[in-house]
Design a binder for this molecule. Structure first.
Ligand code: FES
Length: 379
């Protein structure tokens, strides 16, 4: 019997992971653990060809990320090409390597938006997490410079058990720096964050306290006419239903890795699924016809309890990468869902968060040496 093919719309959002190189060593980086094995990077011309194809298909937003995208010397050229094609462009950076001169060059090339990430609200904790003593002061200076150039600025803080209790100071810093949007995003457990999960997952009490503080600040800020948007993202480990990851598999989001692998999400390269390269296929073929992009589209692939679930059109069975990391099989229901037979894994992680005592210096930092070691030993 012929199965009804799901309707596939073109991608809206292209994420260009320009490089895995990065001067920082955050232990919650979402880059793959074996990033040090991936040294190749697309050339300027190859990236521009990817942008052209994505734009022709209808993509409207282009994010430059990494690693640290600022290490690519051709970034102004890439921004200009993307802007000329009509993309809304967004630079996702740690701010390390940014200079006033570069901000000028990006503005001139037509960059629309800059997001700077911080590790913490104070120098000591920021240095301990980023693995760089100078990072905090550089970030402060660059956040001020970004504002001075008239950019709408997003400040992003990844929250975890070692910094979430300082959320009031984090918000104060964002107010001081005149952020237009603030993303207080609790760690999502992919890549290095998954490796360090036990040492990063906050307790439920920590999250509840943080939520209260955010709520109070929202009220205080709106009463004083500060319209900055405070977005607080809780970790799905404390939810009973999974997130509709990426708005659905191969539905709106397309990511391209530094060496040109096309993925339906930033974490999918860890799955036992073959994903195509932009060097061998057009984006049109990749998006509409490739095995990897079609694998989890629609509902026919779903096992129970997702298949007969009334919420499947909302959450698509959750995150395929999380299902794979926690159960060994990406076809399974995301264990975040309380209907999943594997939900016990999530309950166990919550329990662990209540009794662990892992300190920052015991985390596995994202650097080349650790990446190579993990690749060699598998640990
Ligand atoms: Fe890959 Fe959720 S991160 S599907």
């Amino acid at each position: 019997m012929n199965q009804l093919k799901p309707q596939v719309n073109p991608p809206l959002w292209l994420l260009a992971e320009l490089t895995y190189r990065c001067p920082l060593q955050c232990p919650y980086c979402s880059n793959p653990l074996d990033f040090a094995q991936q040294e190749k990077e697309l050339t300027t011309e190859q990236w521009i060809e990817v942008f052209k194809q994505a734009r022709q298909m209808g993509a409207v937003q282009l994010g430059f990320s990494g690693g640290e995208p600022l290490v690519r010397k051709d970034l102004p050229e890439l921004i200009r090409a993307a802007r000329d094609l009509g993309f809304y462009t967004n630079l996702i950076t740690s701010g390390i390597g940014l200079t006033e001169k570069k901000i000028d060059a990006f503005a001139e090339a037509g960059l629309d938006h800059i997001q700077i990430s911080f590790q913490a609200s104070d120098e000591t904790l920021n240095a301990a997490l980023a693995g760089s003593q100078k990072a905090f002061q550089t970030k402060l200076a660059m956040a001020k410079a970004v504002k001075a150039h008239g950019y709408p600025m997003v400040l992003n803080f990844v929250l975890h058990r070692h910094n979430i209790d300082r959320i009031d100071r984090i918000i104060e810093l964002c107010i001081e720096l005149e952020a237009d949007d603030v993303e207080l995003a609790t760690c999502q457990f992919y890549g290095w964050a998954q490796l360090n999960r036990e040492g990063l997952l906050p307790t439920r009490e920590q999250i509840a306290r943080a939520e209260d503080v955010v709520h109070q600040y929202r009220q205080k800020m709106s009463a004083s006419g500060n319209l900055a948007n405070l977005l607080f993202v809780t970790p799905d480990y404390y939810e009973e239903r999974p997130k509709g990851c990426m708005g659905g598999w191969g539905a709106i989001f397309l990511s391209v890795t530094p060496e040109g692998t096309a993925l339906p999400c930033h974490s999918a390269r860890q799955l036992p699924v073959q994903f195509p390269s932009v060097l061998e296929n057009t984006l049109q073929e990749i998006w509409f016809e490739s095995f990897g992009f079609n694998k989890y589209r629609g509902f026919d692939w779903m096992p129970e309890p997702c298949r007969s679930c009334s919420e499947k059109e909302k959450d698509f069975g959750g995150c395929r990468c999380q299902a794979f990391m926690l159960t060994g099989n990406a076809d399974n229901t995301d264990p975040v869902c309380s209907k999943s037979p594997h939900h016990g894994k999530i309950l166990q992680a919550r329990e662990q968060a209540n009794c662990t005592n892992i300190q920052i210096n015991q985390l596995q930092f994202r650097n080349r040496a650790n990446s190579q070691l993990i690749f060699k030993t598998g640990v």
